[in-house]
Design a protein around this ligand. Structure first.
Ligand SMILES: Cc1ncc(COP(=O)(O)O)c(C=O)c1O
Ligand SMILES: N[C@@H](CCCC[NH3+])C(=O)O
Length: 432
């Protein structure tokens, strides 16, 4: 899984710096990002649209990983973001991210969140349900404001991925249902709201998807919807937002296609279907999260205790675990681990890399092939950049790790390590 520029003298190198040096300098557990990889993937997505002459927006789904520096990098690449909470919006504001390039998602945005979005002139509100149409209308009235909106529809496309992280099927908490006519009803309501300017339609079929056929069906359904809305309601969407979900490689068992190949499929389908329906080509927005942040991230841990159960298993415990990466415990997600100072060992053994949390399921990598390691050695878990730190917790009152960005051989802390004092910062002693 490692490319040639990530290995030097059998050592793992991230953005030009040996991983063991980063661990020594910043401590462990440590979340490290190779910023060049983030930029490369954003540019690869944008290039497809430019080459195909399609009006577009790449909107980074920042739930995958958000911090001020990450929003700054995305802004430097001139693309959009989507946020799903006041917290993500506040972080984007702290990064001076241009609000007109922000879309606000979520199936239960509060009045206060919508108010905050209007106050800061967020570019697009992605409307998810009837309650929200009413709520937004109230906010707009009170603020005497207008806003661009999109309707999120639930396209009933079943994507080939883990059931827990599938969001596009009909039985979903997200979006207006297409099959039962809810989407049409929502369209009529929004068209009747003078303060809402409907840009188009959004859908998202799932996450960590490996096959393009789900996106082909999704795109076909959206074009059929465009046609239906034009014919029945004299409304033509200017934008089709197909969401994210482009799968990445976590282990050698994954055989993903290039993330941008999904976009090629979407555009090909869109061109064919719109031509057949005599519709103009809409702008296409995509919302990749994992494919931008995931491959760029590496988690560094130090080995502590080891336990061998003869003829059963050897456990190698590290100083992090489910608090900084819940995905193995939550989804059974598989990762690849390497010894940072011996990435291509001649002698190997199969071990289970366990975390330090009081939970039997706190396993980071089951059956990792590693060289024999000792206490103090650095183990790197690869491709942890998405939904790792962003889903981190303080379970067992462990501080969350620091996050370091590395680019062109220089490193910078972009999120400080939590301290023990941080852990009690919000606690209030009982009054006497
Ligand atoms: C609406 C929406 N857009 C984009 C994404 C990003 O998905 P991914 O990180 O799989 O690209 C998600 C998460 O699945 C989502 O719910
Ligand atoms: N958190 C999930 C993905 C969620 C997608 C968000 N809509 C994961 O780790 O794979």
């Amino acid at each position: 899984m490692l490319s040639s520029d990530e290995v030097r003298n059998n050592q793992l190198v991230i953005g030009g710096i040996p991983a063991t040096e980063l661990a020594d300098e910043y401590g462990t557990p440590l979340q490290v990002y190779d910023v060049a990889k983030i930029r490369r993937q954003i540019r690869a997505f944008a290039r497809v649209f430019v080459e195909q002459h399609v009006d577009y927006a790449v909107s980074y789904a920042s739930k995958a990983f958000a911090c001020v520096a990450m929003y700054q990098i995305v802004n430097q690449e001139h693309v959009h973001i989507d946020v799903v909470s006041a917290g993500e919006l506040a972080t984007a504001l702290a990064a001076d991210f241009p609000m007109e390039r922000v879309s606000f998602h979520g199936n239960n945005k509060s009045y206060e969140e919508l108010q905050m979005a209007m106050h800061h002139h967020v570019g697009t509100i992605i409307l998810d349900n009837f309650y929200e149409i009413g709520l937004l209308a109230q906010v707009l009235e009170a603020a005497d404001a207008e806003v661009n909106v999109m309707l999120r529809v639930s396209p009933a496309v079943s994507a080939h991925t883990h059931e827990f992280i599938q969001t596009g099927q009909q039985d979903s908490k997200f979006g207006f249902d297409l099959l039962t006519g809810q989407a049409d009803q929502a369209l009529q309501q929004v068209l009747a709201e003078p303060r809402m300017h409907l840009q188009g339609v959004h859908s998202h079929i799932g996450s960590q998807i490996f096959a393009t056929d789900g996106f082909k069906i999704e795109t076909q359904k959206l074009v059929h919807l465009m046609q239906h809305w034009r014919d029945e309601y004299d409304y033509l969407p200017q934008v089709i937002n197909v969401g994210g979900g482009f799968g990445i490689q976590y282990t050698d068992a994954d055989h993903p296609i290039r993330p941008e190949a999904f976009v090629e499929q979407i555009i090909t389908t869109l061109k064919t279907e719109t031509a057949a329906a005599n519709l103009p080509l809409p702008a296409v927005w995509i919302e990749p999260g994992r494919s931008i942040a995931g491959p760029a991230g590496v988690s560094l841990y130090r080995v502590g205790s080891q336990k061998t159960i003869p003829a059963v298993r050897k456990y190698v415990a590290v100083d992090g675990g489910m608090g900084d990466n819940i995905r193995p415990a939550l989804y059974g997600a598989a990762y690849e681990a390497v010894a940072a100072d011996n990435v291509a060992p001649t002698e190997t053994e199969v071990v289970t890399v366990a975390g330090k949390y009081c939970e039997s399921g706190d396993i980071l990598v089951k059956d990792a092939t590693l060289p024999p390691v000792q206490a103090g050695d650095v183990i790197a878990v690869l491709a942890t950049g998405a939904y790792g730190y962003s889903m981190a917790s303080n379970y067992n009152r462990n501080p969350r790790p620091a996050v370091v960005f590395v680019e062109n051989g220089s490193a910078q802390v972009v999120v400080k390590r939590e301290t023990l004092a941080d852990l009690t910062r919000l606690d209030v002693k009982l009054s006497d």
